[in-house]
Design a protein. Structure first.
Length: 548
């Protein structure tokens, strides 16, 4: 039977975690998470090692400890998703209840269980209960109905809410396989979420009609994690599934303090070395680093300095010099005298002094003349009659661009102060304001939401812009408010950020390098939040939404 061969391959590969290399088969990384400044690695090993060390990249971690999870009474959580459609046959329903009851009777006391039934969406029957009897009673209320079941969408939405949980988490899904829904999250997006959370997934597949392909894809998702897969129709003793869950809750927890220099939000390789009487064992995995307070403080200071300095630059550019020609000559002569005095102290040759004075006088004359000519050239004839004034106003209206042209977006920060002081505003009915770049600032009394992006590979590059309408991001200055022209992997117009009610969404506009949010491709508009990672080509940006 082909399904039996598939299951054999699944069981053989179930212990492997994608992207992780093991020195010994008996040691397995179950999940790796970062909890503030601490790295937590949950590993299954026969016994505790005498010594352990953790290295991130080339840097060694301090305060490394290894403890037994259950002895330390650490909390874990198990999320169980049950497909309660009629595709689960009567025979399999009895097996499901049997192995779940066995597991609930013998489970670890600090294992908090949540049970969800899913059709088009996942509905909780009971959540975060450490009481096995309470969960068993909830299981008795389960009824199977005639409905469509969309595994990917239902589980994705719930798992996304647990993405930042700082506890050991595992997922069990009982279903007849992966759905073929054309609209919704894809299998690739679901696999990316499994990878970013690091949770082990236990797939319990049920045969129904000709669902072989759906089961193969279901088991393939499990193989990307440290979980396991079971074909319920082929297993001789369904309590083997309960035994696997119990075994994988009896694990060790390795903790280490992440060096401050590495707290930059990037994903890094982690090497763990365990040593006991049998020798040294090396285990490798990947972990995303947190953002350190020091780095955030430096970036915030740089941003404040840039915001504070730009209005002064604008002021200097806009204002005409107020000094007269006579004053300018006096200033230049004073500077000449000071410079002459310094040179005199170094050299007392009268000829040299006279030559220096002559050169300085000539330069001063040229500067004053050029400034005067430029000032005269910039003067425009002011309109005298009402007809001329209306013609001038008409000309200015015609200069309003259809799409924003933002050369200032090339700079690190586009400060709100500069926008408020420099850009002309046109008032429309209803008290709304339109900046000259085409964005809508909303009511004068409304608060302004600022989109702030920080390049994770180059933290000194910070961009920000008000989300008052559409904020286009891309490589060309003519079509975008935020311009990323330093990386050719970014499309001319990469994506659009916009507000919908009080929520902020991003829409992908690139056909070459699809925009991603937290490693998930933006196939349809996705809501973004502060601390999300927005990837455009090779550029990764950390998102901050600031209300002013």
């Amino acid at each position: 039977m082909k399904l039996s061969r598939v299951l054999g391959a699944v069981v053989a590969a179930a212990g492997l975690l994608a992207g992780t290399v093991y020195a010994k088969e008996e040691i397995q990384i179950m999940q790796t998470i970062t909890n503030q400044k601490q790295l937590e690695i949950y590993a299954k090993a026969p016994e505790l090692s005498e010594t352990v060390s953790v290295q991130i990249g080339r840097d060694s971690c301090e305060d490394v400890q290894i403890v037994d999870l259950q002895e330390e009474q650490k909390k874990i959580q198990t999320l169980i998703f049950l497909d309660n459609s009629l595709s689960i046959t009567e025979g399999n329903r009895g097996k499901i209840k049997k192995f779940l009851n066995t597991y609930l009777d013998e489970k670890y006391q600090n294992d908090e269980v949540s049970l969800y039934l899913f059709g088009e969406e996942a509905k909780p029957v009971i959540e975060n209960s450490a009481d096995g009897e309470e969960v068993k009673q909830a299981l008795e209320t389960v009824e199977y109905t005639d409905q469509n079941s969309w595994l990917i969408d239902a589980v994705y939405d719930v798992l996304k809410t647990h993405e930042n949980d700082a506890v050991y988490t595992r997922v069990m899904i009982i279903s007849d396989g992966v759905d073929e829904k054309t609209i919704g999250y894809t299998k690739e997006e679901f696999a990316d979420l499994l990878g970013s959370t690091g949770v082990p997934m236990y797939a319990v597949g049920c045969v129904y009609k000709q669902n072989q392909n759906a089961l193969e894809q279901f088991f393939a998702l499990s193989r990307k994690t440290a979980g396991a897969a079971f074909l319920l129709d082929d297993i001789s003793d369904e309590n083997d599934i309960a035994a696997k869950l119990l075994e994988d809750s009896n694990i060790s927890c390795i903790t280490a303090t992440i060096p401050e220099a590495l707290q930059d939000g990037s994903e890094k390789a982690v090497q763990i070395k365990l040593q006991d009487s049998d020798g040294e064992t090396e285990v490798r995995t990947q972990a995303r680093m947190p953002f350190g307070e020091a780095a955030e403080a430096v970036n915030a200071e740089n941003t404040e300095n840039t915001v504070a300095s730009e209005p002064e630059e604008a002021e200097t550019t806009v204002e005409e010099p107020k000094t007269t020609e006579k004053e300018t000559v006096l200033v230049e002569e004073s500077e000449s005298e000071a410079e002459n005095q310094q040179n005199t102290e170094k050299a007392f040759d009268p000829v040299t002094v006279v030559a220096i004075l002559a050169v300085i006088a000539g330069v001063c004359f040229l500067i004053v003349r050029k400034w005067k000519d430029g000032k005269d050239g910039k003067k425009e004839k002011a309109p005298k009659t009402k007809k001329e004034k209306k013609a001038k106003e008409k000309e200015l209206e015609l200069k309003l661009p259809e799409m924003p042209v933002n050369e200032n977006a090339r700079q690190n920060v586009i400060p709100m102060e500069k926008q408020d002081s420099d850009e002309t505003c046109l008032m429309e009915d209803g008290g709304e304001t339109l900046f000259m770049d085409g964005t809508n600032a909303g009511s004068w009394k409304d608060e302004i939401l600022l989109l702030r992006l920080q390049d994770m590979d180059h933290p000194e590059r910070v961009f920000q812009y008000p989300v008052a309408g559409n904020v286009f991001i891309g490589r060309t200055a003519e079509a975008n408010q935020i311009v990323l022209d330093y990386d050719r992997s970014v499309s001319g117009r990469q994506c659009r950020v916009y507000a919908k009610g009080d929520r902020i969404f991003v829409e992908n506009l690139s056909n070459v390098n699809i925009t991603q949010v937290n490693s998930v491709k933006v196939e349809r508009d996705i809501q973004i939040h502060s601390s999300d990672i927005l990837k455009m080509g090779h550029v990764q940006m950390r998102v901050q939404l600031i209300r002013k």
